[in-house]
Design a protein around this ligand. Structure first.
Ligand SMILES: [Zn+2]
Length: 225
């Protein structure tokens, strides 16, 4: 895929680069029939009214106080969700870590990376992970109507990289960025936006053939079933 295929915008809300919603998608959105054939159970963290206040999602707010390693909170409920990439929907399974949802293979890699960072004295908490269609719809509506969320630019629903469940915004606490630059690739994470050091995307799922074993152990045992 060439760079020219993408026109990017910077979502100032999360500091995340998203494919521009009005660009012609390289992959056509699913037809109504296709969409109907996809089981779409309730997405996790689907807000009944509106998502959390945007201030909770700001990626560049520094952690306060001295660096410390927190024990991550894991919820292995493994929720079926609907992911999107470039306007095309697909089913994903997400697990919850510290109140943020991640696609499960991404969660496995992130967990391994977080443990390795902790051994080096670096804490890697998540600020933002998977974003539901409802959340993206809310942010996009705020952008287009300029009636909420400070009119901050947001990608059209279906075109935010966070909707794949494989993009993370990591708190930029002490030593985090340097550690990620030196070690993120060992766990399949790539910093995809130079100006956004908090944004990392898991890419190794693209390397392996369908059905082959993921590289990292499942953080949630049920995923092995
Ligand atoms: Zn991001």
């Amino acid at each position: 895929m060439t760079r020219a295929e993408f026109v990017v915008v910077v979502d100032l809300l999360t500091g995340c680069r998203d494919t521009r919603p009005d660009a012609v998608p390289a992959v056509a959105p699913a037809s109504a029939a296709q969409a109907a054939s996809v089981t779409a159970p309730p997405a996790p963290a689907e807000p009944e009214s509106e998502p959390r206040p945007p201030s909770e999602l700001l990626p560049d707010a520094p952690l306060s106080g001295p660096a410390s390693i927190r024990v991550p909170q894991l919820d292995c409920s493994r929720v079926d969700a609907v992911g999107y990439r470039r306007g095309r929907r697909f089913p994903i399974v997400v697990v919850e870590i510290d109140g943020r949802f991640l696609e499960e293979e991404t969660a496995d890699a992130y967990w391994a990376m977080r443990e390795a960072a902790a051994e080096d004295g670096v804490d890697l908490p998540i600020n933002s992970g998977f974003r539901t269609a409802a959340e993206q719809t809310y942010f996009y509506r705020c952008y287009t109507t300029c009636t909420c969320n400070n009119c901050i630019r947001a990608a059209k629903p279906g075109y935010s990289n966070h909707q794949s469940g494989r993009a993370l915004d990591l708190w930029q606490g002490p030593g985090v960025h340097e550690w990620l630059k030196g070690n993120g690739s060992r766990f399949g994470f790539v910093g995809t936006v130079r100006s956004e050091p908090w944004h990392w995307e898991y890419r190794w799922h693209r390397r392996r053939k369908k059905g082959s074993k993921p590289r990292f152990p499942h953080v949630c045992p049920a995923a092995q079933e």
